[in-house]
Design a protein around this ligand. Structure first.
Ligand code: WTA
Length: 636
């Protein structure tokens, strides 16, 4: 049990009230249960006009002491991480709290030996192996800022991120196993480094034994560096004393402009927020096995595979593979094998497994499961019930957790078994979260039973602090649309009982398989293809991915034929952004629907992509209304 764990609906109501009426007292009471080297001078100062927020200012701490050292006395031999490999025939690995702490210190010393200092940015581009968790925590140990990049991003995307963060250090692997594939991570890094001569050191961990090039003076092997630390003979690594508001990490995410932004989170607020939300949303009980299927390359992996669970002394599963390898029963095999208590996954994974039917669940003992969770995108009713009935056997509450990279942790969700779930609804705000719905002009919609744009009116500990290297961008993007509010970019409905249901993005951001992708980013990539004149990208409903990517492209002179050209365009996007941003459909058009002032009317393209051909709204303001008919008739 955790002293701040909410165990009844009444307590939720009380705690919620206290948290919004007196946030400073509320969070100070919770923060006292963490390990500080010095406590704070002021719990909260917030100025939304300037996008300036500070939590626990003046306090000193190190997050790894909270995630590791402080558990050692009681939990030394308890598994901290259970790692399940891609190939079920390979043996799984268990790292106890004691072992994890040892390895984190060891790799922290490797980083130091390689010249990494407090405040330096370290880019981590690895597969889902325990060394990834170790590398992340080792950065936090010495106060280096980690910037983890998901393995699905291309060399070009990596280079953009390295340049933006001026990251001089990289930790990677020779390759990564993902299902039947083997991704050559180091080779991709090598390509990225062609345009990043400032990178001083690349530490390469062995996983796939894929041959790699190792450049003298720049590239070193993880294993060799560990040996050096061993011969140095001092296994300790004192945790760097960090200010509460020092930067913990940067994580890049897509927005409505072409360039991804580096969302910055700071140490103390993020720690308290991820811990508090983890313990309360999942109702974690010490000793339980908790399985978050997200990749550490995304915020869910940061907050709910690593920092939240580890700071709570939990046992967290880490899975290298994919849900459908070697077959669509893999999650259920893992659940049975490790007696998983809590399973947290994405609607897209549920839908993809649902498509295989229930035969893969037959004969699998899932009786250990107590709580199910979803994150990343709206869950449709069919998937919700499939998950509830077939996986949870109608006994496990489902927490539908709404949040964002920028919010650091869960913002709106029921609390498992404590507050009721409601299919397709994230339900109620977490203590500390004051949501509000506004119309286009910024008027607050105070009643229940309304829809609007979702904003947050009060600062919460885990919120974004800045966008790396460009604070004005942070202010503009999140705090300038509506006065004195954080704008989420999501549309939302509040039912008559005050439950929130997120309906999807209201900006030009797509959510493809739970991954955020900006349409402008995809357009930029398509436009780089040699024959492309112009393009417009919109989302369309996709059975498995939630949203698919539909591109309308004006092309000058096909190469061979349409089908070839289409593949070339897809290849270009893969190169520029990564495989995750590949368009599902590419329709070649001779023009795009534009207003007289030259603005593309996406609303019309969205309707066409969605197949709503007879309901396009007013097209009379178009420069060339005829183009709409052509696009309609060529729809894929
Ligand atoms: C969407 C992922 C509906 C939403 C943690 C948000 C959701 C974006 C939910 C953030 C949910 C996330 N229901 N939509 N439970 N959770 N979203 O930054 O549009 O990768 O703005 O963070 O995902 O995606 P991100």
């Amino acid at each position: 049990m955790y002293p701040y764990q909410i165990t009844s609906e009444e307590q939720y109501t009380n705690d919620y009230r206290n948290s919004v009426e007196n946030p400073e007292k509320f969070w100070a009471d919770i923060a006292q249960y963490f390990s500080w080297k010095k406590t704070w001078d002021k719990v909260l100062s917030a100025d939304f006009e300037k996008a300036e927020v500070k939590w626990f200012a003046g306090a000193k701490l190190n997050i790894t002491e909270n995630c590791l050292d402080r558990h050692i006395e009681k939990l030394a031999s308890q598994p901290a991480i259970i790692w399940e490999p891609n190939d079920p025939n390979e043996h799984y690995r268990v790292l106890t709290y004691k072992e994890l702490l040892f390895k984190v210190k060891q790799f922290a010393n490797v980083l130091k030996n390689n010249g990494v200092k407090k405040g330096d940015r370290v880019c981590i581009y690895m597969g889902m192996i325990p060394e990834l968790a170790i590398a992340v925590l080792a950065c936090a140990r010495i106060g280096a800022i980690h910037s983890v990049i998901f393995g699905g991003f291309s060399a070009r995307s990596i280079a953009d991120r390295l340049q933006d963060a001026d990251a001089r250090f990289i930790v990677t692997c020779d390759g990564a196993f993902r299902g039947a594939k083997d991704i050559p991570l180091k080779a991709i890094i090598d390509d990225a480094l062609e345009s990043c001569p400032f990178v001083q050191r690349v530490i390469v961990c062995t996983r796939t034994h894929t041959p790699v090039s190792m450049i003298k003076g720049r590239d070193v092997w993880w294993e060799d560096e560990i040996k050096i630390v061993e011969t140095q003979g001092n296994p300790d690594c004192i945790a760097e004393v960090m200010d509460a508001e020092d930067v913990l990490f940067i994580l890049y995410t897509s927005g409505s402009t072409g360039k991804p932004k580096g969302v910055v989170h700071s140490v103390a607020g993020y720690m308290v927020w991820t811990n508090y939300t983890f313990v309360n949303v999942f109702q974690y009980t010490p000793g339980q096995i908790y399985f978050c299927t997200a990749d550490i390359g995304w915020i869910t992996g940061h907050s709910y595979l690593l920092y939240g669970p580890l700071s709570a002394g939990a046992t967290t599963m880490m899975f290298e593979g994919i849900p459908t390898f070697p077959d669509a029963g893999r999650f259920w095999d893992i659940t049975q094998k490790h007696k998983v208590d809590i399973l947290y996954t994405a609607p897209t994974a549920i839908r993809s497994l649902m498509a295989y039917g229930t035969s893969y669940l037959e004969g699998k003992d899932l009786s250990s499961l107590k709580v199910l969770g979803t994150v990343g995108e709206p869950i449709n009713e069919e998937a919700w019930y499939w998950y509830y009935e077939n996986v949870g056997k109608s006994k496990c509450p489902i927490v539908d957790t709404w949040w964002q990279t920028e919010t650091g942790g869960i913002m709106i969700s029921n609390l498992a078994g404590v507050t009721p779930h409601k299919p397709t609804y994230a339900t109620l705000p977490m203590p500390g979260v004051l949501p509000c719905l506004v119309d286009e002009t910024g008027n607050e919609l105070a009643d229940n039973g309304v829809s609007g744009n979702l904003c947050i009116k009060q600062a919460w500990p885990g919120m974004i602090r800045t966008t790396y290297g460009d604070h004005e961008r942070c202010r503009q993007t999140y705090f300038s649309t509506y006065k004195n509010m954080y704008f989420t970019g999501d549309g939302c409905l509040r039912d008559k009982d005050g439950n929130y249901r997120i309906t999807g993005r209201v900006d030009d951001v797509l959510n493809v398989s739970g991954h955020r992708i900006g349409t402008a980013e995809v357009e930029n990539a398509i436009n780089m293809h040699q024959g492309v004149v112009e393009s417009a990208v919109v989302g369309f409903p996709h059975d498995i991915k939630g949203q698919g990517i539909y591109a309308f492209v004006i092309f000058n002179g096909m190469h061979v034929d349409e089908e070839h050209t289409r593949k070339d365009v897809i290849q270009t996007v893969s190169r520029i952004i990564g495989a995750i941003a590949k368009p599902d459909k590419i329709q070649f058009v001779s023009g795009l629907p534009k207003t007289r002032s030259g603005k593309i009317m996406r609303r019309i393209l969205r309707k066409i992509a969605e197949g709503e051909l007879n309901n396009l709204g007013d097209t009379t303001t178009l420069l060339d209304p005829g183009i709409v008919e052509e696009i309609k008739s060529g729809r894929l």
